[in-house]
Design a protein around this ligand. Structure first.
Ligand SMILES: *Cc1c(COP(=O)(O)O)cnc(C)c1O
Length: 400
């Protein structure tokens, strides 16, 4: 875990500057680009120093399950970008969610989780934490009354993602922050889809923000990683869980993420610009029945997203006729887009949610969540948007 320094030349700097300049600690070699510290352990100058480090009486590295300079750089940069006091790097996005839950919840606590979160997050809460006495209720993201009604005296955490995957439903983070406060609970926001380049949940009142770094933070589909950001007291708890239980971020992966952040703002701007253009283009296509993208004026979440986010994100969804067969035919006719469930990559991806990301839901659960059989999700990458249109045109032509 790393604290952000007060009183530094970057105080008040813009996010583009923080993404390039924060978290750097130069070694005596004077390198300009940051090195990768591939070491599992660290040496001490004396037995007394070793004793002081182990006792926590002297700051410094002991073992890379605890701290590592490459991981620390990434953590400092993420804390700066999210506007948090401290950050903790984790082995994956799921490790970040696990570490948050395990360090801040106890048996007997109650969690309210959005129904519309990443599928594995749902499994983590229901299948595993449930076995250890953490009770969880799942509530539709946009049903404010259901969230209020679900609050219990032992509610300790509210957990959500906004915008939702893949329908782009947008939740009012400030409203949830107030509900959390009134309920004596923590608000945890998974900010993987927006990244701090588009949305900063802590500034809107969230207590903790976390990410799958595997997606846009890396941005090129190279590595697994995750991060949790919040105040020092909470991050000390998360860090203690991590160093005890082990899902720490590897130095190499931390370095990939750290360098990935240098281009985060540029990449997000390009993802968002192409996604908006594609969404508008898809709306004009006769074979497309509906487009889900919060950047479109007729999307129910548009006004809120325009207020809460600086742009509308890189993920959109659309419906074609012919149900599952139509969607599969459209997907299989594309030749440039990658058929994969990943997102946040330079390469655009296309997937059929009803039979992949949301395939484990029952047909009724899918219907409730609005995941229709003709729905297709596109995570827009960095190719030229005209080439993406041409490829999707191949898909739509296959429906004729
Ligand atoms: C991918 C993803 C996760 C899980 O992250 P991993 O790095 O795959 O463990 C969590 N939340 C969201 C929103 C994701 O897209």
């Amino acid at each position: 875990m790393t604290d952000q320094h007060d009183n530094d030349p970057l105080a008040g700097a813009h996010i583009e500057t923080l993404a390039v300049r924060s978290g750097i600690s130069r070694s005596p070699e004077g390198e300009h680009s940051e090195p990768i510290y591939t070491t599992s352990s660290y040496v001490f100058d004396s037995a007394a120093e070793a004793a002081a480090r182990f006792a926590g009486e002297q700051p410094g590295n002991v073992y890379s399950r605890y701290t590592n300079p490459s991981v620390r750089g990434f953590e400092e940069r993420m804390a700066a970008l999210e506007g948090g006091e401290a950050a903790v790097g984790c082995a994956s996005g799921m490790a970040a969610i696990l570490a948050t839950a395990m360090s801040l919840l106890s048996a007997g606590d109650h969690v309210i989780c959005s129904r519309d979160v990443f599928g594995t997050t749902t499994n983590l809460f229901s299948k595993y934490l449930g076995r250890f006495g953490v009770e969880v209720d799942f509530v539709p993201l946009l049903d404010n009354a259901a969230w209020q009604a679900a609050v219990k005296p032992n509610t300790a955490m509210l957990f959500l993602e906004t915008p939702s995957n893949p329908l782009n439903e947008v939740a009012d983070i400030a409203w949830f922050a107030q509900l959390a406060k009134d309920s004596g609970a923590l608000l945890v926001v998974d900010n993987t889809f927006c990244t701090p380049a588009l949305q900063q949940p802590l500034a809107l009142g969230a207590d903790i923000v976390l990410h799958s770094g595997t997606k846009f933070l890396d941005g090129q589909g190279r590595t697994m990683g995750g991060v949790v950001v919040g105040n020092k007291a909470h991050m000390t708890e998360v860090m203690t869980f991590l160093r005890t239980c082990g899902p720490s971020l590897s130095p190499f992966n931390a370095w990939v993420l750290f360098k990935g952040l240098e281009t985060l703002g540029l990449r997000m701007a390009a993802h968002c610009r192409s996604a908006l253009e594609l969404a508008r283009w898809l709306q004009q296509q006769p074979a497309v029945e509906k487009v889900y993208y919060a950047g479109l004026e007729d999307h129910p979440g548009h006004a809120l997203a325009a207020r809460q986010q600086s742009a509308f994100g890189g993920v959109l969804a659309f419906e074609v006729g012919g149900g599952r067969e139509g969607a599969w035919r459209c997907i299989d006719a594309t030749r440039v887009l990658s058929l994969t469930a990943n997102l946040g990559d330079a390469k655009s991806t296309i997937v059929h949610p009803a039979t992949t990301t949301h395939g484990r839901l029952t047909p009724e659960q899918r219907a409730d969540a609005g995941i229709r059989d003709g729905l297709i999700r596109v995570a827009v990458g960095l190719e030229h948007v005209d080439d993406l249109k041409a490829d999707l045109q191949r898909g739509l032509d296959a429906l004729a």
